[in-house]
Design a binder for this molecule. Sequence first.
Ligand SMILES: Nc1ncnc2c1ncn2[C@@H]1O[C@H](COP(=O)(O)OP(=O)(O)OP(=O)(O)O)[C@@H](O)[C@H]1O
Ligand SMILES: [Mg+2]
Length: 281
Amino acid sequence: MSYISFQDVYFSYQGSADDSVRAVNGVSLDIEKGKVTAILGRNGSGKSTMAKLINGLLIPAKGKVYVDGIDTADEDRIWDIRSQVGMIFQNPDNQIVGTTVEEDVAFGPENLGVPYDELHKRVAEALEQVSMSEYAKSAPNMLSGGQKQRVSIAGILAMHTNCIVMDESTAMLDPAGRRDILDLVMSLNRDKGITVIMITHFMDEAALADKVVVVGDGVILDQGTPKEVFAHRDLALKAGLDLPPVNNILYELSKTFKDIDITALTMEEATEQVVKALAQN
Ligand SMILES: Nc1ncnc2c1ncn2[C@@H]1O[C@H](COP(=O)(O)OP(=O)(O)OP(=O)(O)O)[C@@H](O)[C@H]1O
Ligand SMILES: [Mg+2]
């Protein structure tokens, strides 16, 4: 079985305006260990609901979600899942619980019952990993949004988590802060093999993923490598995605020049295609 597995999962919110609206409406999905998976889709398509189903904050009404073979509906194992899958949300201010940075980072592992000496070591290591050691004694409310997200990530790392789910965690950051968090998460994936699931509206972030999953109205509309998904241009546009600017430029070029590959992801690849078009002229 894959690391995270959705098996024909359904979920509706009790008491939502229309109970018949299923936030997740029959999703089967496999997420591989050690990979970066991006989940895309317009507002209200069910992305956050899927994220919460992964770490057992929500339990399927029908179907199963497994994390490393553990059924998220198994109440006895919920802490095994929570310690394995950490969530980072959009608003950095809603996630900070400690009065100092180190206290905040200690919160998760402390709840897992990690003994004091070990706790101390884990907090120091985690802060080191996110380059926030010098802020250990600082008050979190003095930090920038990006620094707060780093502290939240440290809190997850201190639990020795294998998987980070980012639910639009860069959406409230300025471009530099966004880049910074993205670089950090990608390096945690590369260097420590941490599985990353990022829900995002930013196509440049999705382009970095190993796999992209497009959702709409609680169902999976498309999945594949970023290239494959962006190549399904009509479907992607119908799903409300803003395709990366390079794809839009290449698409316009392809109307006039034949054999243009509109799936380029990098500026290098795009430049190659533009040069090809010029050569045809
Ligand atoms: N707590 C809730 N109570 C009732 N309905 C909810 C609740 N949370 C979400 N919904 C509904 O469930 C559906 C899926 O919502 P979800 O938050 O998973 O979408 P999303 O893709 O994360 O959207 P966004 O891009 O706006 O974050 C939507 O129709 C939404 O209105
Ligand atoms: Mg959401």
